[in-house]
Design a protein around this ligand. Sequence first.
Ligand code: AMP
Length: 283
Amino acid sequence: MKLVGSAQELSEICQRLRAQGRQIGFVATMGALHAGHLSLFEAARHRCDAVVASVFVNPTQFDDPEDLRRYPRDLEADAEVAAGSGVDFLFAPEVADLYPGERVVSVRIGGPLAELYEARSRPGHFAGVATVVAKLLWLVGPCTAFFGEKDFQQLLVVRRVAEELCRGVEVVGCPIVREADGLAMSSRNVLLSAEERRAATVLRRALSAADLAYRSAERDAAVLGERMMATLASEPLAEVDYAAVVDGSDLSGIGEAGPGSRAIVAVRIGSVRLIDNAALGDL
Ligand code: AMP
């Protein structure tokens, strides 16, 4: 595996790969790699013949400076993990390389995806995501980009970025990888204390409550949302941001749940904000 520090060098490498007719698979990460990230590398390895990954803690997508400051970073460990997981090129740029000088170019998104749920709770977050993803897709020029369903709203935003700005890039959504007790893997999980870590299983339990009710033929989305809320209320450390059952194609509200409906949840536990989601009937 080759570690690439500059955008210019990455661009040249990827041009060469494409000229050789290699199909590039791309995975964007913010590092502190875990099994969730590795599942994306594996999917890319399986589908493509060159795997490019990035490790970049993108400052423009953080709405909270403290969250950015303490975000876990360990490039040496990440490079070792990526090298053992089929990544051919690991791009780890400095902030100034992707955002030179004054930030004059950015991607703005509109519509409900820019207003609902994560967008409402984290102002500016998806503009930061859309901007960095557009920059990375332009640099790499992959055939296929792999993103996790863990960040479900982000996946919908990225699909729109690819469709509208980077036609020809196929965006593949990959399933959520969980810990043995059901907690979705996340780089932020290491920031939880032992007590908070135990409490964090409540997200998955809330999703399971909605899933169970759905399997028992409950179709009223409001009732399914209440089941989630009741489970979350049983955990004193959980401060709920939202819990709802929505249309999985665009996160719009629904009356009746059915195939394609998605349960989504965001909770703050201590100082750590956690998100999770599941397709109903899928847990
Ligand atoms: P991050 O480093 O958190 O920005 O995540 C980089 C990519 O990995 C994103 O596409 C995430 O959705 C994906 N990802 C993060 N955690 C998981 C997980 N537990 N399972 C599957 N994909 C994940």
